[in-house]
Design a protein around this ligand. Structure first.
Ligand SMILES: Nc1nc2c(ncn2[C@@H]2O[C@H](COP(=O)(O)OP(=O)(O)OP(=O)(O)O)[C@@H](O)[C@H]2O)c(=O)[nH]1
Ligand SMILES: [Mg+2]
Length: 279
């Protein structure tokens, strides 16, 4: 498939007038957090986020996109609304981290989008460092990276490290970023608007945006990735399998000819070779 035929169909071109009107009345930064059964993390996360953006002079809104957790998250966010510019969108018909993030983008008001997890593994204190290069136009995509020099994962068992290392290695031909699997990233609204048609599976919406947004100027900000503060992980084996299918789609997008040759041509050559040998 011709990549150009996959141009965006998820948003209309935005006129300058529209941008001017929005800038006069809306936040600079929209922070989108997908949530599923994260109630015990939400208050601390919100407080830390607004402490940081307040100190940095960034006008931000916080959008939680929850998949009907029914654990008191909605009530908790309601109680925070008088103090902070925060809201929770509850989806009942759909489930999944990546589509939740895209739903958040479609409801966001800001010119810059930042995505992070709810469980405080991603340090809110780094938000300004992720935001500034996008706001200034210096970068297309900024990643809060565990693997850039100075970055760290804390308290990970050997198997989880191995798993993450293997998954990162598989994505290596797609991008030069050291941590393309990160869930802590920042991009301009127009990168999303101008990206090819997004069709994510599983967890790795950041990688999808990086590739289909054709981001060139990538910056990585080292972070210390801490173990989740409260609640349980939702990262299952199924998510890891979905990642492999997602990766295949991205290879077909990024290297359409080569991927088809490897996927269809190679088995054909082997079959023809076998037939010739057996004759
Ligand atoms: N809306 C929505 N959010 C989800 C879903 N699955 C996970 N999330 C959220 O996505 C973020 C990342 O999920 P985690 O379970 O923390 O995954 P992880 O960080 O890879 O795993 P841990 O380090 O063990 O926590 C969290 O904020 C989750 O609540 C989902 O199906 N829908
Ligand atoms: Mg987590």
């Amino acid at each position: 498939m011709n990549p150009m035929s996959e141009r965006s169909n998820h948003s209309k071109p935005v006129s300058d007038d529209h941008i001017k009107t929005r800038c006069a009345t809306v936040p600079q930064l929209s922070i989108v957090v997908p949530t599923y059964k994260e109630r015990d993390n939400l208050e601390l996360l919100t407080r830390r986020i607004f402490e940081v953006v307040g100190k940095s002079g960034i006008d931000a809104e916080l959008i939680f996109v929850d998949d009907n957790s029914q654990d008191g998250s909605v009530e908790l966010v309601e109680s925070l609304r008088p103090t902070y510019p925060v809201r929770m969108i509850v989806r009942t018909a759909e489930r999944g981290l990546s589509t939740a993030v895209l739903r958040g983008f479609s409801e966001a008001q800001g010119e810059v989008f930042l995505v992070m997890d709810a469980d405080l593994s991603h340090p809110p204190e780094k938000i300004s460092e992720l935001y500034q290069p996008i706001a200034s136009g210096e970068s297309d995509f900024v990643i809060g990276s565990r693997y850039a020099s100075g970055g760290l994962t804390q308290d990970w068992p050997f198997l989880r490290k191995l798993n993450s290392w293997g998954a990162t290695l598989l994505a290596r031909p797609l991008t030069s970023a050291s941590d393309p699997m990160a869930g802590f990233f920042c991009l301009h609204r127009r990168t999303w608007e101008n990206s090819a048609r997004l069709n994510p599976l599983g967890y790795k919406i950041g990688l999808e945006l990086l590739i289909k947004g054709r981001c060139r100027k990538i910056r990585e900000v080292p972070i210390v990735f801490e173990d989740r503060y409260a609640g349980k992980s939702k990262l299952t084996l199924k998510q890891q399998m979905l990642y492999l299918v997602h990766l295949q789609r991205l290879y077909f997008f990024r290297f359409p000819v080569l991927s088809r040759l490897v996927c269809y041509g190679l088995p054909l050559v082997v079959i023809v070779g076998l037939i010739l040998m057996l004759r």
